[in-house]
Write a protein that binds this ligand. Structure first.
Ligand code: MRU
Length: 354
């Protein structure tokens, strides 16, 4: 019998084969294929083409990826090693522009090299291994804590709407926005979850619905355009979404369409919660305006999933992968340290002052 997807970590390190092990998310829900990647080009491609996706998961994949690439660097001194390490870091950092966890994880790996210049190259490589393994283990623990904090906002039997996939498939285990649901299930709670299909790459129907169904959750897939009606019907008690980057004022960048869901939630008086680890907060950006938004190929809108093109060839397309939700629309930001409430500028400042 096929093991449930919830029994498979989304990202891991195969210590024997020195390989990054991933669930290929481009093939879900039809096929559960596990990839074992060793070459830096393969790892870059896996991140860029969304075989691994979701902010925490790409951070962990990049940390393991740069460790594996760093193992291959031949250098006599740590200074020479660092000189070779930095172009590899820049290479992985160029895989996707928006989720800050990618840069956060790579920066953590760079700091290991910088802080250990007095050691041998072999010792630094050993420390890079330990850091990548720690980043992965922390992700599991952090997502569990986000799940606990998020669960405190819900009740057994409630209706939830989610957008994109901020579940186990977007992290190593549990996820962020879906973590409260998975933890609730462990306690025997039931939820009715509406998954926006999430055009154009369908992370909601292909991934969130897949992992929620695997957890026995009463799951309903809707087109993105149906969210208003579902809310109007009174079927949604809370919206839970993830984040790719949160600015210092609490503006939230997440999958395209999230901002519209937040506006609808405000209209219908439904709490809109963003679940994210503190590593997703980019304290260097005062507002969401400075967040780089990934622009993707128009074919994702016009051709992907269809047998024939579904738009005339001569028309233009606009395909931003993310949007920014105003902090004023966010009811709470659920982190591993608790639930932040407005004023987010102050709450985030306090969090980082620790
Ligand atoms: O383009 P994707 O699939 O990587 O986008 C993912 C999202 O927008 C998620 O909601 C976000 O990364 C949070 S994941 C815990």
């Amino acid at each position: 019998m096929q093991e449930s997807i919830l029994g498979v970590d989304t990202v891991s390190l195969d210590e024997e084969k020195n390989a990054l092990v991933l669930v290929d998310q481009t093939l879900l829900p039809g096929e559960v294929k596990i990839l074992s990647l060793t070459r830096r080009e393969e790892i870059f491609e896996a991140i860029a083409s969304l075989r691994v996706r979701g902010a925490p998961a790409i951070g962990v994949a990049a940390a393991i990826g740069i460790y594996l690439a760093a193992r291959e660097i031949q250098a006599d001194t740590v200074d020479a090693f660092y000189a070779a390490f930095m172009p590899v870091k820049a290479y992985f950092a160029s895989a996707r522009p928006t989720a800050v966890n990618l840069f956060w994880a790579l920066d953590r790996m760079e700091r290991v090299v910088l802080q250990n210049r007095g050691l041998s190259v072999a010792e630094v490589k050993g420390l890079l291994h330990d850091e990548a393994v720690a980043i992965r283990a922390e992700d599991i623990a952090i997502c569990h804590r986000i799940g606990e904090n998020g669960l405190s906002l819900l009740r057994d039997g409630c209706g939830i709407l989610t957008h994109c996939n901020a579940g186990q498939l977007a992290a190593v285990r549990y996820g962020t926005a879906l973590a409260p649901i998975h933890l609730g299930r462990e306690r025997g709670w039931n939820f009715h979850v509406f998954c926006d299909e999430t055009r154009p790459l369908l992370q909601g129907s292909r991934l969130s619905a897949f992992e929620l169904a695997a957890d026995g959750v009463d799951t309903t897939v809707i087109c993105d355009s149906m969210a208003a009606q579902v809310m109007k019907n009174g079927w949604v008690d809370a919206v839970l979404v993830g984040a790719d980057r949160i600015a210092a004022n609490g503006d939230v960048c997440n999958k395209i369409g999230t901002s519209g869901v937040a506006i609808l939630a405000k209209h219908y008086g439904i709490p809109f919660y963003v679940c994210a680890p503190v590593s997703t907060i980019d304290i260097t950006l005062p507002t969401g305006e400075g967040i780089p938004i990934e622009q993707r190929a128009g074919e994702e809108i016009t051709q992907m999933w269809y047998k024939a093109p579904m738009a005339p060839q001569e028309v233009k397309t606009f395909n931003p992968a993310f949007d920014v939700t105003d902090a004023s629309l966010v009811t709470g930001i659920v982190t591993e340290y608790g639930v932040l409430r407005p004023d987010y500028g102050e709450a985030i400042q306090k969090l980082f002052a620790w």
